[in-house]
Design a protein around this ligand. Sequence first.
Ligand SMILES: [Cu+2]
Length: 187
Amino acid sequence: MRRLHPLLLALAGVAPLIAHAHDEARHAPSPTLSTHAYAFGVQGDPKASAHTVTVVMDDRMRFTPASIPVRQGETISFVVRNEGKLLHELVIGTPADLARHAETMRKHPGMAHDEPFMVHVKPGAAERLTWRFTKSGRFEFACLVPGHYEAGMKGMIAVAARTDDATPPSAGSSTSPAAAARSHAAH
Ligand SMILES: [Cu+2]
């Protein structure tokens, strides 16, 4: 999945919508909502209750705030405001995804790209992006307009693991795969 061309990624996202269009279009509350699970979460339903975070972009190639703390399972409604005179965008991803995507944008500066995890914001405008962070970890957001990412236009999203579970995740997740492997080896 990671090495696929962006066009293939786009097609992969569209195919399920086409396949289900006939039987689900009438029932789905938000038929345009992507259900694809990314390493950094899923598209959030703009109609669901969400925690609103305003992110300001400017021509100094900075996001304010540059660091956003999130709790696992939380839906964030990003209100992304461009206070600069240049086009900017906010793209969410893993650090590796964004570095690779920035490289692609550098090679193909005119390439149109649009995915559920990004918004393009014209100067003076604001756009909304709703995202549900289903997985814990350290993710990033960046502006991939050629040259902007390279100038440091990125920020961090730290998703804290849900801690209200009955079993402590640190103990459970680190020992069970090894235990499972030993169990398989014994058979
Ligand atoms: Cu930018």
